[in-house]
Design a protein around this ligand. Structure first.
Ligand SMILES: Cc1ncc(COP(=O)(O)O)c(C=O)c1O
Length: 442
């Protein structure tokens, strides 16, 4: 662009950005909370003026594929979560698929997971923590969780290890960390890979250390319900550079080359490779060392991720504060099993789980109906016992011990929100609504 034209364009851009800020303030509704009328969502995106501007600026640049914002996000996010590498994906489910698929790479030689190998996981969780195990021809071994923390224990995992067990893949339930240090040691002792699904727990601490830093790989989701959002999106993190290379290859069609799609010959060896039975000098851009996918995200998503990332600490603080308010307000309510942080952890909570005591004079269905009537949104603890869903009936799996608590969760548990848009007034209304219902059943 000519100098004059460039200045003109820059001016137009600044004007547009100002107008976007003005527009944001105009459409921003700070309407008063009306109990029983205003919807209290269990989760949702918390978006501000900077987020709107970031999206518009990305659109102005027409960066429609992955590019500089994606790379910037990956580097800042890896730094924030204390891992050497982060790879952006189009969802948390894709991040889980990539993390587990990476462990099947031929690059890992004898260590690679092979069809029929077992991966220990929990039955009470989100389906796409488990699906990559099946999608790779591996066998999930389901263990039970504890009521209250909704996590499994190192003892349960240890008891599940069999001769074909090669990996452990577990999600930190609704932000509450499982004993990740103990499980990492167990994995080390038995030469198992360890993948942390950290989709619901960004910012959580276990023994003073961030979740997602204990495993060989960890994953994050940026769906609107999560701590940060890009609309859709996810990330695989690792400090193991060999695994990072595999993740990148599998994310990007399985290619061997690590140039960005728009880059040419950054390594100066583009036409100097001989791999497989390909001719000498075959363009490295088109040499495939993995049976890969395309699971990349776009710069529009990453631009939003960058502004969201600037607020991560604030979001985590509010989630913690909201959870504490609900916990204190509901303490001692008869007929309810309230959530507990796993010992030695400081969770960055995703939600507030309530289990209706199976002996209570009321059911989960009745309590949930009462809350929903009052426009208090509720969600189940995802799948409950996953093995009871039609999709899994014919799938190979092993159950270690029993799944008694997973069954109780299926029948009696639900959660309400703690996400940062909820105000003290809303949380107090949730507390009062639960207490009123329980008192009425006394
Ligand atoms: C623990 C866990 N893992 C994975 C996912 C999948 O993330 P996404 O919706 O971004 O695919 C979720 C989604 O909520 C989740 O809660």
């Amino acid at each position: 662009m000519e100098g004059g034209q460039g200045m003109q364009a820059e001016q137009s851009r600044q004007q547009l950005v100002e107008m976007v800020r003005k527009y944001h303030r105009e459409v921003q509704q700070d309407s008063a909370f009306v109990p029983g009328v205003t919807e209290i969502w269990p989760s949702g995106a918390v978006l501000d003026e900077d987020d709107r501007v970031a999206l518009v600026e990305a659109a102005l640049d027409m960066r429609i594929a992955a590019g500089p914002s994606s790379r910037r996000f990956e580097s800042r996010f890896a730094h924030k979560l204390k891992r050497r590498k982060a790879h952006l994906t189009n969802s948390g489910s894709s991040a889980n698929l990539l993390a587990l698929s990476a462990l099947t790479s031929p690059v890992l030689e004898d260590q690679r997971l092979r069809p029929g190998d077992e991966v220990i996981t929990v039955a009470a969780g989100f389906p796409t923590t488990v699906n990559p195990i099946l999608q790779n021809g591996l066998v999930p071994v389901f263990v039970d969780v504890e009521l209250g923390t909704y996590n499994t224990t190192a003892e349960r995992v240890a008891a599940a290890i069999g001769p074909r067990t090669r990996a452990i893949m577990l999600a930190h339930t609704l932000g509450n960390p499982y004993p990740a240090g103990e499980i990492a040691r167990l994995a080390d002792d038995h030469e198992l890979f360890f993948v942390e699904d950290n989709c619901d727990a960004v910012g959580s601490l276990c023994d003073g250390r961030l979740t997602g830093t204990f495993g060989d790989l960890s994953t994050v989701s940026f769906y609107p319900a999560h701590h940060l959002t890009m609309g859709e999106g996810g990330c695989v993190l690792t400090s193991n550079l060999a695994l990072a290379r595999i993740v990148e290859s599998m994310r990007d069609w399985g290619r061997d080359c690590w140039c960005e799609p728009g880059e040419n010959n950054k390594c100066l060896k583009r036409f100097s490779y001989q791999m497989g039975t390909l001719p000498e000098g075959y363009d490295h851009k088109y040499i495939f060392s993995h049976v890969g996918y395309n699971l990349k995200a776009t710069d529009l998503q990453a631009a939003l991720g960058l502004t969201q990332l600037a607020r991560l600490d604030e979001f985590c603080d509010v989630r913690r504060r909201n959870w504490r308010r609900l916990r204190a307000g509901l303490d001692g309510t008869p007929g309810l099993i309230l959530p507990e942080a796993t010992p030695n952890t400081d969770p960055s909570w995703f939600g507030f789980v309530i289990t209706v005591d199976p002996q209570a004079r009321f059911t989960r269905g009745e309590l949930v109906a009462h809350l929903e009537e009052r426009r208090i949104g509720t969600r189940l603890l995802f799948a409950g016992n996953l093995t009871r869903h039609p999709a899994y009936h014919d799938q190979p799996h092993r159950v270690a011990g029993d799944l008694a608590n997973s069954d109780i969760i299926t029948d009696h548990s639900f959660w309400v929100g703690v996400y940062p848009a909820l105000t003290e007034e809303m949380l107090d209304y949730v507390i009062a609504s639960v207490q009123e219902f329980v008192a009425g059943r006394g």
